[in-house]
Design a protein around this ligand. Sequence first.
Ligand code: BG6
Length: 484
Amino acid sequence: MVSRVIPVDNFDLVIFGGTGDLARRKILPGLFRRYHSGQMPPEARIIGAARSEMDRKGYQAEVKAALEEFVPKGSRSDESIKGFLEGIDYVTIDAMGEGGWKELSAMLRPDVVRAFYFSVAPSLFGPLAERLHGHACAGPTCRIVVEKPFGRDLESAKALNATLRSHFDESQIYRIDHYLGKETVQNLMAVRFGNVLFEPLWNAQYIDHVQITVSESVGVDGRGAYYDKSGAMRDMVQNHLMQLLCLTAMEPPSRFDPDAVRDEKLKVIRALDPVKPEDIVRGQYTDPTKGRAYLEQVGDPDSRTESFIAMKLAISNWRWAGVPFFLRTGKRLKARYSEIAIVFKDAPHSIFGQRAGQHRNVLTIRLQPNEGMDLFVTIKEPGPGGMRLVDVPLDMSFAEALGPDAEDVPDAYERLIMDVIRGNQTLFMRGDEVEAAWAWTDPLINGWTERGDKPLPYETGSTGPEEAAMLLHRDGRRWREIRP
Ligand code: BG6
């Protein structure tokens, strides 16, 4: 298969927070890979902007070090690093003052796409936006990129959106949820809406339930201070898992265009029922090794923040009436493993009798590791002994099926940044989506805070608290295995 890289237009991209962790780990390596693949035009320019006093050479050296640390050897060459660095510039900027703005304004070129990446604390969005306008850096066609967290509740999200919208049109605002940039997540749309096979079965008549698992083996480690103020609900469910749920449950949009897709996702969020307390299980990891338990890592022995959450959701519409959606995510679980599993109903009548056992078709869409899909189908177990049935996967590993092309799949950030340059908002969250997600999340968080619920302990390396298993067991269902 021949890889088709379609170059994007020439651009100036300013990264506010250009010396920060996200820039070093994700944004700059991602841009470099797009340069290396030939997608980024050689004349494109990336301008790091941060508080540190540094000149262009100094920043280029930092960028080079980041590329050497975060881009695998096989995906870079000295020559391409050198070429990429030629397009790198730097400006020392004062987000709250006037320093550096004239210089930045002078660096920007007319007639090329202009984008500003706000890789900084949300409290700086307003001051940055004001200065960008005040110094004529921002025009009606420029784009700004912002990162989660988009607020910590509905009120703060509304305030943040109001700040952004007082300076930019919604069509200029690119809110990144990196889960939307993952290859498999987009494949979910391709599978649903590019095949005739699945859509007729994609409803309450044929689907028993859906499971969405995002399991992480890492802990909160160095991020304890941030994480303890968020917890799994704010950090993962309100955004990443909600997006997976929307793409799984939404109606087919009429076109693959930004507003058509986002309108349909929004309808799913708005159709979510409130969740009863007994349908939510929250947990905190324990660990016998000193310094490894959640409470030790966040430095608060009384913390009631969850590092694990499992919940049973209901979507009130014709397609999904009566079909539970089970979500779970947590840190320090058995493995890094994420999938969406569509569990179909039993065949209406078994002609094979009791001995054949119970069998169900399951479609799983694996996000990580080893992106791919499995469709479990029921067949006859080979050999003598009568009609015994067994479920086997029709396994499609993208890496195997697509060969080298699949290995060179751009990472989520690369793809999303290129979409910003192309001006395609389909894989970015619209302000009303973010607000709707908080409107659903807030009462749940307020509920357990007011009740003073304590998260349940679970062991590092487990699948979460036992009670999470009960969420399904009590209806005669079970979680799928988290595979190491
Ligand atoms: C981030 C969360 O948004 O996503 C982290 O803040 C989490 O806590 C991460 O670890 C997971 O992303 P991925 O791509 O590794 O699944």
